[in-house]
Ligand binder design. Sequence first.
Ligand code: 5GP
Ligand code: ZN
Length: 113
Amino acid sequence: MSDCIFCKIANKEIPSNMVYEDDVIAVFHDLEPQAPVHVLLVPKKHIASLDAAEFEDMEAMGWLLHKVKDVAKLLNLENGYRLVCNCGEDGLQTVPHLHFHLLGKRKMTWPPG
Ligand code: 5GP
Ligand code: ZN
């Protein structure tokens, strides 16, 4: 999608601090990190949110989730991490391109705010 910031990052039209990419997903550091390690995992295909994912997106989403542990290992999150997906208005999703936050290197709290 032409005016989507995460599409532009995934397509390298705008710079980011990319930590991993393949044909299906891109992983880059969040602009405003909420933990010592805070990266975003996105499908390269524009999917607006978890709610908007279609049956045909299942393989890409499965691949993305499968790669989480590899990215965590790459970033030395040997003590654990949190994976977050904000969806829609109540979920406080601010960028309408499906993304998962991977946060680590600090003790998380529960429940989230
Ligand atoms: P959301 O609130 O939609 O779950 O998360 C969007 C995230 O994207 C936020 O954590 C925000 O800091 C990050 N973000 C917004 N714009 C940019 C950008 O241009 N580059 C990067 N790397 N992160 C961004
Ligand atoms: Zn997009």
